[in-house]
Structures are given as C-alpha cells and as structure tokens.
Ligand binder design. Structure first.
Ligand code: 5GP
Length: 115
C-alpha cells in the first residue's frame, strides 16, 4: 500500500487545512502557496485517479462535479470568472498525484495563460 496523498490526509484531518466547501464526492481548500489573489484547489474525496485524463476516462460525472464546484467557489470568492488548471504530469508541474483542479480568480491578467 502506498502512502495516502496529502489531500487525503487533509480530508481526514491529519494535516490542518480548512475545508472551505464540500459536495458528495469532492471538497475544496485554499492552496498553501497561492499564485493568484484567489487560488483554491478542488479535489475528489477519492484518490483513485491520479490526473484529469484518468478521471475523465473513469468517472466523467465526477469531473463535471469538480467543474460545478469550481464555478460556485469562483462566484463566492471572486467575481465569478476563473481559470481552471489541471497540471498533468511532472513535466507540467504536477506534484500531487491525486487529481485536483486549481481554481484561480480575482485580478488575473488579461490574455495570459499563466497564473
Ligand atoms: P500540483 O503542483 O500537483 O498541480 O498542485 C499541488 C498543489 O497543492 C500546489 O499548488 C501546492 O501549493 C498545494 N499543496 C501542497 N501541499 C499542500 C498542503 O499541505 N496544504 C494546502 N492547502 N495546499 C498544499
């Protein structure tokens, strides 16, 4: 058995982090190292899928649940507009292999792809 991911440990309360929203199968926290005025992470409760490609193939409804949660959080914490980023693979900056979406909002620069 490999060790539980940092996000599973947060969900279990083993690592402190406020859970700011929750749905049946997903939850959200603030990123510990924010890259934008609003930088949240939306995460499935299960760590079964390591990245968004696996998630989309295995459970598209759960992917849609993540997008819906991101949308409500952007309405609550920013002006409703947001950037949704799934880093996929180490070469793209993924460091936690428990799929999660970065929700960036609030004062993003126009026309930029970066956070
Ligand atoms: P990745 O690099 O895999 O796309 O994103 C992982 C994100 O998780 C990073 O932005 C990192 O700052 C965040 N992160 C890692 N450990 C923790 C933690 O213990 N608490 C919180 N709130 N965020 C974390």
């Amino acid at each position: 058995m490999s060790e539980s991911s940092v996000f599973t440990r947060i969900l279990r309360g083993e690592i402190p982090s406020e859970i700011i929203a929750e749905t049946e199968n997903a939850f959200a926290i603030r990123d510990i190292a924010p890259q934008a005025p609003v930088h949240l992470l939306v995460i499935p409760k299960s760590e079964q899928y390591r990245d968004v490609v696996e998630l989309a193939a295995g459970d598209p409804a759960l992917l849609a649940e993540l997008v819906g949660l991101a949308n409500s959080l952007a309405a609550e914490h920013a002006d409703g507009d947001f950037r949704l980023i799934f880093n996929t693979g180490p070469g793209a900056g993924q460091t936690v292999f428990h799929v999660h979406a970065h929700v960036l909002g609030g004062g993003l620069s126009e026309g930029s792809l970066g956070g």
